[in-house]
Design a protein around this ligand. Structure first.
Ligand SMILES: Cc1ncc(COP(=O)(O)O)c(C=O)c1O
Length: 406
């Protein structure tokens, strides 16, 4: 007898759906398309020559070790380099330690596995990073989305969300050059986060991939991690996720967690079961990149490049978008977040844009509840300079078209 084979999917997988971003990537790589979709570094800015030089000059024994497995917690010299680097951001290693991860997304995965049971609540900003939202959902967590204003998460909304969910396990935030909202938390909002978690059974998961991508010196002073300003007691409730993806290359798949010492052991066991160790090859290069001063020079080179793209996008938005469109000027990072009047659908704007060779990501991809239908994200990081004006013009036309049917 013929049996029709049916794959016995887990509960987790049955709840997952493909993200719009993944679906849109097919357009993003289509030749001729102007893509504001992928939140990725610029292809032409990677430190290719620097990496070749570093590898070429490595001693033979280090080259050999680059091909080998390494310790689960990470290559000791890289952990030291990251510690030294994070100390410059005010983070004390008496209370915390470093775990090297395979990208910061793996760091967020490890934290989720450490703390989340099915049905647990995670508090997250609205909008939030789609990769983390998908990950929390894969742990069958409930996400309570907390709205933001121009300065970060809204204090009153967070208080209410916590009152509704007093057993929430953690609060996930991206205070610097937010993905997708493009904003940076001001000093008061950072302090509010610390005051808020104090004396509560609540962990703050601080995700900070864009920390170094500020566009001016005044903004740099704002980028200090929240963990770096916490007192010793409150710091025990904070976990920091960093990454090499935006300061070196996402292809290296390398990030780090700064963890309170008492949870390091359990986090290491989880990582061991995931991939035993992060790529040693990447770690060897990243360590030399930091120690030999390449990183500093590289950042000095790329910050103005992203600023140029930000400026061109803003100039075109001023020129082509109707005046009822709202946005906050990004002071760093990769993203501009656009808000339309409530009755205009960003999906309609996107349909028009795609028909005319332009792609971006609509707001609902960044909302756990598919809200934010009137918003969208423009990623200006990996678009050719000469295409920006034309791309934004098409989106502007799309907004006016969508307005007609609103
Ligand atoms: C806010 C945020 N967190 C984490 C990540 C994941 O980075 P990684 O490449 O280190 O896994 C990204 C990537 O775009 C991001 O925007």
């Amino acid at each position: 007898m013929d049996i029709d084979f049916i794959y016995p999917y887990s509960h987790t997988v049955s709840h997952l759906k493909s993200s719009d971003i993944r679906d849109l990537m097919k357009y993003a790589i289509h030749p001729g398309f102007i893509s504001f979709a992928g939140g990725m570094p610029n292809n032409h800015l990677f430190p290719v020559d620097e990496t070749e030089e570093i590898y070429h000059n490595l001693p033979e024994d280090i080259k050999e070790s680059a091909f080998q497995y390494g310790p689960t917690t990470g290559m000791p010299a890289l952990r030291e380099a990251v510690k030294k680097y994070m100390k410059t951001k005010g983070i004390s290693f008496d209370t915390h330690d470093v775990l090297i991860t395979t990208g910061s997304l793996q760091g967020i995965y490890i934290i989720s596995e450490l703390f989340l049971n099915p049905g647990d609540t995670v508090l997250a900003e609205l909008p939030s990073f789609v990769g983390a939202l998908t990950l929390f959902k894969s742990f069958q967590a409930r996400i309570e989305a907390v709205p933001m204003d121009d300065n970060g998460i809204k204090p009153e909304a967070l208080k209410q969300a916590y009152e509704k969910n007093p057993h929430a396990k953690f609060l996930y935030v991206i205070p610097n050059f937010h993905n997708p909202a493009g904003l940076i938390y001001n000093k008061e909002r950072r302090k509010f986060l610390l005051d808020f978690i104090k004396e509560k059974q609540l962990i703050l998961l601080e995700d900070d991939p864009y920390n170094e991508l500020f566009f001016d010196n005044e903004t740099e002073t704002l980028t200090k991690p929240v963990l770096g300003t916490a007192d010793t007691k409150t710091a025990r409730q904070i976990i920091y996720a960093g990454t090499f993806s935006k300061i070196l290359a996402p292809g290296f798949r390398l990030g780090w967690l700064i963890l309170p010492k008492e949870i390091m052991n359990k986090a290491e066991i989880i990582k061991q079961s995931l991939d035993a160790c992060s790529p040693n090859f990447s770690q060897v290069i990243a360590e030399a990149f930091m120690r030999q001063g390449y990183m500093h020079k590289y950042l000095e080179k790329i910050r103005p490049e992203y600023k140029i793209r930000r400026d061109l996008v803003l100039e075109a938005v001023e020129k082509y978008f109707p005046s009822y469109v709202k946005y906050v000027k990004p002071k760093g990072g990769f993203y501009l977040w656009i808000e339309l009047p409530e009755d205009i659908s960003a999906t309609k704007v996107l349909d028009y844009a795609i028909k005319n060779g332009v792609v971006f990501v609509s707001g609902k991809s960044f909302a756990p509840d598919d809200s934010l239908t009137n918003a969208f994200r423009i990623a200006y990081s990996n678009v050719d300079l000469h295409q920006i004006d034309r791309g934004i013009k098409v989106i502007g036309e799309g907004i006016r078209e969508a307005m007609k049917t609103a």
